[in-house]
Design a protein around this ligand. Structure first.
Ligand code: KG4
Ligand code: ZN
Length: 362
């Protein structure tokens, strides 16, 4: 294990300042400083507040991670950082910090994709990802079905949401029900007390002519809002737990149905589920049942590793070093809309010059 790459990962794409340290596929530290409470009264993440919070939390969080892992910064084999997608200002704080540490310590820098990191984090719990792996990525900003042969270089999108992301739908429905922000965890908890068959909410894009692997949650969100509004207008009490459970059932039904179909159609027998919504208890339960029935091996990281964290970035960075991928250049920039297919910012000539100037082997 000692000769496996020791990598520090920095994640600042949204409201979590995450710093993880990984050796090979072993998690040594996962330090997170969240500004989620600073955003709660606005009902969503305020980019400027998130950026400032990252700036304040960055150095102490890195120090905490190094202390927890019991390693020195000089022992690291690389520094990985989320280069996108995410909030531009928030990403910039992480990218700048990663460059500063990499430069000062004379270590290679790896700018990586947030979405591929959400997939790669599962290696910390279940070992290296098989090739190919189907990934259902469900978060506050994304809902995608991705097929990957090699998580460091090849992520192919099969389908994605055409409107709201799954997590966004959870957040909006929570707001309609007056449950607060972020919506996912509280809807999940509230739904446990409810009847998931109480209301038949629509399953978006599941008709025979609809795209097989795309998702749509906007109609569902509107249907929930209309249903609740009608009860309120009639002066009736809203059965909050039943609405939460029925909404959650509609989301998880569509997600798992399409993910299992994508596996079967493509002859893939491993399904990985990642992103914040993968922390959802009903999604995990239904996915397990449907995968068992279809003979598919399901891999879902523990809930703490599904939401944004630095360990996932370190996991992908470590895999980059392990597979001898070229580091990023020091002109690496944050890309708020980095495509999912760009797993890491590729080697460039400019990089060669910058990295060689630091005494590394470009
Ligand atoms: O991956 P993530 O931490 O950040 C993004 O990259 O977006 O995902 C955050 C999203 C939020 O929309 C949150 O409501 C949702 O994940 N989420 C959940 C649960 N925990 C977090 N959704 C459903 N059930 C949960 N238990
Ligand atoms: Zn995320």
């Amino acid at each position: 294990m000692a000769d496996e790459p020791l990598v520090l990962g920095i994640e600042t794409s949204c409201d979590e300042t995450g710093v993880g340290i990984v050796r090979g596929t072993t998690l040594l530290a996962d330090a997170v400083a969240s500004s989620v409470n600073d955003h709660a009264r606005f009902g969503g993440v305020v980019p400027e507040i998130a950026s400032r919070a990252h700036l304040e939390a960055m150095v102490p969080t890195i120090q905490r991670a190094l202390d927890t892992a019991g390693v020195k910064a000089s022992d690291l084999d690389g520094i990985a950082v989320t280069a996108g997608p995410g909030l531009a200002g928030a990403l910039l704080v992480g990218v700048s910090a990663a460059k500063a540490y990499a430069w000062a310590l004379d270590k290679p820098l790896y700018g990586v994709n947030h979405l591929a990191s959400h997939i790669c984090v599962d290696q910390l719990e279940h070992g290296r990802l098989p090739s190919p792996t189907m990934a259902l990525l469900v978060s506050g900003g994304h809902s995608s079905l991705l097929l990957s042969e090699d998580i460091t270089s090849d992520v192919r999108p099969l389908g994605a949401t055409i409107d709201d992301a799954a997590g966004e739908a959870f957040d909006k429905v929570a707001r309609v029900l007056g449950l607060g922000f972020p919506g996912g965890p509280v809807v999940d908890r509230t739904a446990r007390e409810g009847d998931r068959k109480a209301i038949a909410f629509p399953r978006g894009l599941t008709g025979p002519k609809d795209p097989e692997y795309d998702f749509s949650f906007s109609g569902l969100k509107t249907a929930v809002a209309r249903w609740v509004e009608a009860r309120r207008r009639a002066g009736e009490e809203v059965p909050v737990a039943d609405v939460a459970a029925s909404f959650q059932e509609a989301v998880t039904d569509v997600l798992t149905r399409k993910a299992v179909k994508a596996c079967k159609d493509n002859g893939v027998d491993h399904l990985m589920i990642g992103g914040g919504v993968a922390a959802n208890s009903r999604l995990r339960e239904m996915a397990q049942q449907r995968c068992d029935k279809a003979g598919i091996r399901l891999r879902v990281p523990r809930p703490g590793l599904c939401t944004d964290n630095g360990a996932m970035v370190a996991a992908l960075g470590s895999e980059m070093v392990w597979r001898d991928r070229a580091p990023s250049s020091f002109d690496l920039s944050a890309d708020s809309s980095l495509p999912v297919t760009e797993v890491h910012v590729p080697h460039t000539d400019l990089h060669g010059q910058a990295y060689r100037a630091l005494g590394g082997q470009a």
